[in-house]
Design a protein around this ligand. Structure first.
Ligand code: ADP
Ligand code: GLC
Length: 499
């Protein structure tokens, strides 16, 4: 049975695991609503119904037909599907001409030409859905540029429409580099009032910037780690939006993501050939052996460290830095396996590296959830040389799998890894982000790996790191309550009764 409205907190997202996923946003959206629900909040999620969706575990069913979008498309309608996802109702907006495509946002040749229109539609449809199904939300919480326009629509609607008058808004930035920038024509199509076209609004160097709409108009702006919340106020990390972020500085905070400890758990991971835990690490060696065979690395590396990389093959993640560092890394007598897809130039270099170092470098180019788990478990050292990292989830997974990270000292990496040689170290960090520093830091990590006792101590500590969603969900709940003191949140009520 689907939990029925009212839905006090409505999260709006373009991806949610396990239904749809292209990166960490989906993981967060698959876990945060469940954690909020466990605190006792009445929460719902709205997302598009894509052609490519995984509905095997949580079936979706039609709940509403021909819902009108209203302004600016008076004639257009959409259907609504829904699923009960661990007690959280997830509503899917169905309009095949926009969302029934092979990709979510792009093909291998580039972004869909109508992304601007697709996500105006999504935002308008979401607001219409909340009204037609009487959600009566108190908090609307939008994520990333795809959902950001809802913040602007609500800002203006609050002044005019009683239904929205009391609603408070939160906007979360998962990655400032993806802004959704379109032409003035799209602004006209959006139906936002002309006053929104200003420096303090959605205008950005004569373009229509969706992410900026979220920053400018939400009651609170959050991002996914405290360090990134500081960094984005500076030109080096602000992607041109540091000005408006500084302007709203007293309403910008960082709340560190959690991780889904049920999906990412080496003692209960159905993708792995055998399980292990911080109390008994023996199974990790078997995971490594089987992984070497799967990806075509030599058995020589049973007794030498293997480096792993899982992520989008983009400049953000520093895959080019890994490729530049390759001669130095290979000279350390380590193996390397990379899982990822992205920039065709990086992919081509990677294939070349596999040819240059047969049995020592392996690559899996593509997107496979299973291989992400297999590589996290089967490697010794996890490479995460990101140039910037709003939070990063893969390093949290690697910590939990006892695969100690070598990472740059930026954003969420700084907030999740305790760097060697601190007494309670869980990984290795470096700055500045250069290939030389990467090689040096991997050399340092391998020196510790060679002292297996110290290494295993670090592994155990890393595996015990607490990244539970409960902690983060409480911070969001506290923020919602600061906006709406009447929001029912039993976990806080219980504490007040029972101090
Ligand atoms: P980002 O969202 O910036 O890509 P995160 O570290 O927050 O980075 O999250 C990335 C998520 O995507 C993780 O769940 C990771 O395992 C997954 N992932 C990235 N690339 C691949 C891939 N090629 N195959 C499978 N999973 C991937
Ligand atoms: C973005 C960021 C990543 C973060 C994820 C989830 O994709 O690049 O750092 O972990 O969102 O918040």
């Amino acid at each position: 049975m689907l939990p029925s409205p009212p839905h006090d907190v409505v999260l709006i997202t373009s991806e949610i695991f396990p239904f749809s996923k292209s990166g960490g946003l989906a993981d967060v959206m698959g876990a945060l609503p469940v954690a909020l629900r466990q605190l006792g909040l009445r929460v719902a999620v709205v997302t598009p119904l894509y052609g490519r969706m995984c509905t095997a575990k949580y079936p979706v069913r039609l709940v509403y037909e021909n819902c009108p979008v209203g302004f600016p498309w008076p004639e257009t309608t959409f259907d609504v599907y829904a699923a009960n996802y661990q007690g959280v109702p997830v509503y899917f907006i169905d309009r095949p001409e926009y969302f029934d495509r092979r990709g979510y946002y792009c093909t291998s040749k580039g972004d869909y030409f109508d992304n601007g229109e697709r996500f105006i539609f999504f935002c308008r449809a979401t607001l219409s859905l909340m009204r037609h199904l009487s959600f009566n939300p108190r908090i609307v919480h939008a994520h990333d540029w795809h959902a950001a326009l809802t913040m602007a629509y609500l800002y203006f609607a609050r002044e005019e429409e009683p239904f929205w008058q009391e609603v408070k808004t939160v906007f979360t930035i998962h990655n400032l580099a993806y802004q959704g920038r379109f032409s003035y024509r799209l602004f006209e199509l959006s139906g936002l009032p002309l006053e929104a076209w200003s420096m303090d609004g959605v205008e950005f160097y004569s373009s229509f910037n969706y992410l900026k709409a979220g920053i400018a108009y939400a009651d609170w702006v959050t991002t996914v780690s405290p360090s990134y919340a500081q960094e984005i106020l500076t030109p080096a990390f602000g992607c041109g939006l540091e000005g408006i972020l500084q302007h709203r500085q007293d309403r910008v905070i960082g709340i560190l993501n959690g991780m889904d400890t049920a999906v990412w758990n080496p003692s209960q991971d159905s993708f792995l050939p055998c399980s292990y835990s911080c109390d008994d690490l023996r199974g990790k060696a078997e995971c490594k052996l089987r992984m070497l065979d799967r990806v075509g690395l030599s058995h020589y590396f049973v007794d030498r460290p293997v480096l792993g990389f899982v992520g989008r093959l983009r400049g953000q993640k520093g895959i080019d830095m890994v490729l530049d560092a390759l001669p130095g890394l290979m000279a350390l007598d380590a193996g390397l396996v990379v899982l990822g897809e992205g920039n065709p130039a990086h992919e081509a270099r990677l294939f070349q590296a596999v040819e240059d170092y047969p049995g020592q470098v392996a690559a899996v180019v593509g997107y496979t959830e299973e291989m992400a788990h297999v590589i996290q478990a089967g490697t010794d050292i996890f490479l995460m040389p990101s140039r910037y990292e709003p939070c990063g989830l893969t390093q949290m997974y690697s910590l939990r799998y006892g695969t100690l990270p070598v990472a740059t000292a930026v954003g969420g990496l700084r907030d999740t890894i305790i760097p060697y040689p601190l007494a309670n170290a869980t990984g290795f960090m470096f700055a500045p982000a250069t290939a030389d520093r990467l090689v040096e830091t991997v050399r340092q990590a391998i020196a510790v790996w060679e002292e297996q006792e110290t290494w295993q101590e670090m592994q155990r500590r890393a595996m015990r790191s607490d990244f539970s969603w409960e902690r983060s969900a409480r911070e969001y709940a506290r923020l919602y309550r600061s906006l709406d003191p009447h929001l029912e949140c039993p976990v806080f009520e219980a504490r007040a009764d029972n101090p």
